[in-house]
Write a protein of this length. Structure first.
Length: 274
């Protein structure tokens, strides 16, 4: 089995001033789960012990969530129960530890970029989220069918609200019965997504970091953004297909000029590998 940890970056509101919304997932083979958790929790536990010894403050692992916002924004970091007590060097070590897991465990990234400027008027927050999820599980399905046909995938999604969770779970069930709007059959993903609190899941925290890097790159229309460059090699590319396509990345809708931005970037990446 593969675990697919999912988180988002950007605002779901189609009418917000921020025009980009990203839903991203990272894969982890079940046999690698212990090593993944043990390494990241070990980093946190070591830093928690240093905080306890030097500052007399005892923390639990659930207070040590790594969030892109707290990493990037000093005022948010200053209010964080864990990150606010770390040195810059410790924060960098912790973030580097997350990114290293992508290579060490051969993890793959799947991402859907929604350009809200080109959506139809009927699109609300729930519909936007469900559409992003539909496009995401299509990519996960392709990955499982093409690379790991004998395995199934479990979607592990950040718990947001009961209403949104129920809406997403019902849509997930519909896709399994009827297929997606593009005709894709969802046969390698198990029954329902599992919703977890992000502070309890290192996988969801890694998905959050990746989602923000993709969000920032497309928001600024700069796919040379250093932190996007740091993860781009792990975006899913089908082994059996040639050409510049990156099957793990989808820009929606097709009318968005970001579709061409992504296509140009894919072409450059393919050229670099020749």
């Amino acid at each position: 089995m593969y675990f697919l940890y999912v988180d988002e970056s950007g605002n779901r509101d189609p009418n917000s001033t921020s025009h980009i919304y990203v839903l991203a997932g990272v894969s982890l083979y079940e046999m690698n789960w212990f090593g993944f958790e043990n390494y990241l929790n070990g980093l946190k536990l070591r830093m928690m012990d240093r905080i306890r010894r030097t500052e007399g403050l005892s923390l639990d692992l659930c207070q040590c969530e790594v969030k892109s916002g707290a990493i990037r924004i000093p005022t948010v970091r200053d209010r964080h129960p864990f990150l606010s007590h770390l040195t810059d060097g410790e924060v960098q070590e912790l973030v580097d530890g997350y990114y290293r897991q992508l290579e060490y465990h051969a993890m793959r990234i799947f991402a859907v970029v929604i350009d809200k400027r080109y959506l139809h008027d009927y699109m609300d927050q729930e519909k936007l989220h469900r559409k992003a999820y539909e496009l995401l599980i299509e990519r996960v399905q392709w990955f499982m069918r093409n690379e790991h046909r004998r395995h199934k995938a479990l979607m592990i999604v950040d718990d947001t609200s009961r209403q949104m969770n129920v809406s997403l779970a019902m849509k997930h069930s519909y896709f399994q019965r009827e297929g997606t709007s593009s005709g894709a059959t969802i046969g390698h993903i198990v029954e329902l997504p599992m919703f977890v609190a992000s502070e309890l899941s290192n996988g969801v925290q890694l998905a959050d970091l990746c989602a923000y890097n993709i969000y920032r790159a497309f928001c600024n229309e700069n796919l040379d953004y250093p932190f996007f460059s740091r993860i781009e090699a792990y975006l899913y590319r089908a082994k059996h297909r040639g050409g510049p396509d990156v099957e793990g990345l989808k820009v929606f809708p097709d009318e968005s000029p970001l579709v061409q931005l992504a296509a140009d970037w894919c072409g450059r990446q393919a050229g670099l590998k020749e």
